[in-house]
Design a protein around this ligand. Sequence first.
Ligand code: AMP
Length: 511
Amino acid sequence: MSTFKDLGLSQQILATLSANGFEKPTPIQMQAIPLVLKGHDLIGLAQTGTGKTAAFGLPMIEKLLADDRRADPRNIRALVLAPTRELVNQIATNLKLFVKKSPLKIGVVVGGVSINKQTEQLARGVDILVATPGRLLDLVARKAVTLTQGRYLVLDEADQMLDLGFIHDLRKISKLVPKNRQTLLFSATMPKQIAELAGEYLTDPLKVEVTPPGKAADKVEQYVHFVPGKDLKTTILKKSLTDNPDGLSLVFSRTKHGAEKLMKHLDHVGFKAASIHGNKSQGQRERALKAFRDGEIRVLVATDVAARGIDIPGVTHVYNYDLPEVPDAYVHRIGRTARNGRDGIAIAFCAPDEIRLLRDIEKLMGIEIAVASGQAPADQARPSKGRGGRGNGQQRGNGGGQHRGNGGGQRRDGAQRPQRPAREPAPSGFAGDELLRDDRPQKSERRDHRAAGHGHHDGRPEGNRNHENRKHHGRPGPKHDGRRQGDGQPGNRRGRGQGMRRADNGGGSQG
Ligand code: AMP
């Protein structure tokens, strides 16, 4: 099946799709649409950017139109839950496109903006309500809306909703929507908790999958710089940003405070930077996103929560200024680049106290991330397994000045790539970032650093030494495709919901 018509959509929807330039269904749409039309509960493993909004939105709209009713005042017919305001707005914008020439009404409910307008909107009744869980429950408590006429429940970015602690809210909400509903759950990853949630709230679900978690970023070249602390992170970041003046860079920081501070510093030294995080108002976030999308801002510093689900096709670089605590978040982060068939580069910085996080990420993805500069502390090196390994001075990669991340190095279309990180070691004198003096490595970091034999008394970053080591040995590091052999299968770690069946690619399986 390769056209929207083949998937069983009506003329009305087909006309809307072609008016909006949707010519061919994406893989998740091919798989999900026929199943949703048939009334199945569904688990969709897909990231934002794969077209999953249309994958659940189109068949849902089709069915709502066929069931020729209107929502009663203060009632809804379908509910879509998503973790963040940005994602809710993005989903609603998409759905509004699809219902343009129909009588269906889309409602939006998010925190951080006036609740009164939302109450007024709900008073008239909406067909599809897109909401963040917290604000929705507030409105339910105020009796601004009831969910008892809901026939469709979509849990989008379910893994992130769990990460953000929405599990209790989800439980409450799913009890408020009648049992004889159709439930669709979308998640980029499938941790055990999601499988449990699916087992609890979905009925005999089918599963469709377009990008297994570990492969989500196949097209992204990935590198890591081992650094002693934040100062060198900032120095390397600035050099890389300078080297890529035409790039659009998304920089991830662990904390709101850290994001703001880094953005201010980058702005101060002349980069066109903005930030989005939980301390920014909705208006500020939207302005920053628009400026970034339009290219007026070249660097957006973000926290995970704020950046979740951002769909900006032109992002060329994702920097993991801080590595995320949860390895899945790394997959989400780097999935912000290499969208819509483009290439992308993901550069991570790893301080001594982040090594464990890096190893968890590599384990999850089943890859070894190429080292752009520096060296992992001795006791935290990758298991050698006869390749590379510590002690022989070899760096992974091909040693010839070209780093390949996960084997996705060859471009299929021959177009120019975004520039890779400089092969040169990071600029020396990493303590020279006056404005970030507070970010000097903490005592424990310094201790780790020394213990790992990284002494930076000579002011040279470790990259130099790697380079020399290779020269000394007179041979390049082993070539490899970046993937571990053996048990790199992300599927192995996925839980399965009870009674879950896998749909075949043709999309028609009853399991
Ligand atoms: P999503 O994964 O739903 O956030 O979609 C990512 C982007 O792809 C959105 O901007 C959609 O409008 C767009 N999109 C989704 N499906 C298609 C399609 N079949 N053809 C063209 N664009 C699409």
